[in-house]
Design a protein around this ligand. Structure first.
Ligand SMILES: Nc1nc(=O)c2cc3nc(NCCN4CCCCC4)[nH]c3cc2[nH]1
Ligand SMILES: [Zn+2]
Length: 374
C-alpha cells in the first residue's frame, strides 16, 4: 500500500493559498479540494458514477456510523469500503471523535476512551483509539483520522489544555494500533480551540509523531467565522509544508475560500448535501430556496451560470414541484447541483492560485454571492 504523498505545485503570490496534489493508493487529486460526505457509505442520493461525472475525487465516510450500521466486519468481508460502495476514487474516514461528542448526549471521557450511548438504540458503547483504529483498518480507507476529542465551543483554557494533552496521548496510541506502517494514511488532528498556545502545543506534539498529514480539528463547532479565520492564521503556518492540511467540517463557499487563503488543502462538510434535501441551492448569486412559491412558474435553471446536469436539463419550477411533493428525484437534482457548485468553486480557486489572483477572485465571488452585503 503506497503512502500518502503531498506534492506542492505553487503558492499564490497574492495570498497564502497553495496549489498541490495529494497522492493516495486510489489515485491523486489537486488541492485545494472539497470532499463530499458519504457518512453511511453513500453520498446521499448520488451514484458513484455521478460523483465521478461532477468531478469528485475523494469522499468521506464515517467510522462511528459504519461501526453501528452495518458493522465494520461486514464491510471488511465485502473487501473494504471501496468495493462495498463501488467507489474507486480515494476515501477518507473520520474516526468517530466528533460524532461521539456531537451525537451522544450521555458520554464519559476517560483516559482509556469514551463511554457513551448509541444515538439510535441507546445501548452503552465504548470507543477508544485502539477500537477506532481497528474499525478504520477494517473499513480500509486511503486516509484515516486519529481518534481525538473535539471539545465544545467555547471551552475554558484549563479544559482545553487537558483535552489537547489527552488527544496527543490518544494520537500516540493510534499510531501504535494502526495496522499499516507508520506513514500509511493516518492523519493527526490538531486541537486547542481558540488558544494560540494550545494550538502550538498540539502541533508540536503531533508533528513530533510525524504523521503523513494533519487535520485542523475543533473548528466549525459554532464559533464565529472570524474566530475560525483567526485560529487558522496562527495554526496553519506551523504545520509542515510538505504534508496535506485538512480543515474538518467546513463547506460554505466563503469559508472554503478563506480556508484556502490560509493554506488549507482539503475540506469536507455535509452542508451542500444536507441543505439540498430541504430544497436550498448554492448559486453564483447566493443561496436560492427553490421550494419558494416565487419559483412556481420559473422555467429557468437553478443557476444560469452553472453548466451542471441539473441546470442544463431541469427548471426551477420542475425542481420546486418535486421538492414540494417530497419526490426523491428532486433531492437528487439539488444535491448534484450543490456538489457540482462547490467542486467547481474549488477548481476556480485552483485556477486563481495558478494565476496569483486568489485575493481578486475572493472579492469578485463575495460580491456576486452577496457575502459583502451589510
Ligand atoms: N475527528 C474529528 N475531530 C474534529 O475536531 C472535528 C471537528 C469538526 N467540526 C465539524 N463541523 C461540522 C459542522 N457541520 C456544518 C454543517 C451542518 C452540520 C455540522 N465537523 C468536524 C469533524 C471533526 N472530526
Ligand atoms: Zn447546476
Amino acid at each position: 500500500m503506497m503512502p500518502i504523498r503531498y506534492e506542492h505545485i505553487k503558492t499564490c503570490k497574492q495570498t497564502g493559498a497553495r496549489l498541490g496534489r495529494v497522492h493516495t493508493p486510489h489515485g491523486s487529486f489537486e488541492t485545494p479540494m472539497f470532499m463530499p460526505v458519504g457518512t453511511l457509505a453513500t453520498v446521499k442520493t448520488m451514484a458513484p458514477e455521478e460523483l465521478k461525472q461532477m468531478g469528485a475525487e475523494i469522499i468521506l465516510s464515517n467510522t462511528y456510523h459504519l461501526w453501528l450500521r452495518p458493522g465494520e466486519d461486514i464491510v471488511e468481508e465485502a473487501g473494504g469500503l471501496h468495493k462495498f460502495m463501488n467507489w474507486d476514487g480515494s476515501i477518507l474516514t473520520d474516526s468517530g471523535g466528533f460524532q461521539v461528542f456531537s451525537l451522544s448526549k450521555l458520554r464519559d471521557i476517560k483516559e482509556e476512551g469514551v463511554h457513551f450511548r448509541n444515538h439510535i438504540s441507546g445501548e452503552k458503547l465504548f470507543l477508544s483509539p485502539e477500537k477506532a483504529m481497528h474499525i478504520e483498518n477494517a473499513l480500509g480507507a486511503d486516509i484515516m483520522m486519529a481518534f481525538d476529542e473535539c471539545p465544545p465551543y467555547p471551552a475554558s483554557h484549563e479544559y482545553m489544555k487537558k483535552s489537547v494533552e489527552r488527544t496527543s496521548r490518544w494520537a500516540e496510541r493510534c499510531l501504535e494500533a494502526h495496522k499499516r506502517p507508520h506513514d500509511q494514511g493516518l492523519f493527526g488532528i490538531v486541537q486547542g480551540g481558540e488558544y494560540e498556545d494550545l494550538r502550538r502545543q498540539s502541533i508540536n506534539d503531533l508533528v513530533s509523531m510525524d504523521f503523513p498529514g494533519y487535520a485542523v480539528g475543533g473548528l466549525s463547532v459554532g464559533e464565529p467565522k472570524d474566530v475560525m479565520n483567526r485560529v487558522l492564521d496562527f495554526t496553519t503556518p506551523y504545520l509542515p509544508t510538505d504534508k496535506p492540511r485538512y480543515l474538518m467540517g467546513v463547506g460554505s463557499p466563503d469559508s472554503l475560500i478563506d480556508g484556502a487563503m490560509r493554506g488549507i488543502d482539503m475540506f469536507d462538510c455535509v452542508l451542500p448535501t444536507r441543505i439540498a434535501r430541504n430544497g436550498t441551492c448554492m448559486t453564483s448569486q447566493g443561496r436560492l430556496v427553490v421550494r419558494n412559491a416565487k419559483f412556481a412558474r420559473d422555467f429557468g435553471p437553478i443557476d444560469p451560470e452553472c453548466d451542471c446536469h441539473t441546470c442544463r436539463n431541469y427548471s426551477r419550477a420542475y425542481i420546486r414541484h418535486l421538492i414540494k411533493c417530497n419526490e426523491t428525484f428532486g433531492f437528487r437534482l439539488t444535491t448534484y447541483h450543490n456538489l457540482y457548485f462547490l467542486l467547481k468553486l474549488m477548481k476556480q480557486v485552483r485556477e486563481a492560485i495558478r494565476e496569483d489572483r486568489l485575493g481578486d477572485f475572493r472579492e469578485e465571488f463575495f460580491e456576486q454571492y452577496g457575502f459583502n452585503k451589510p
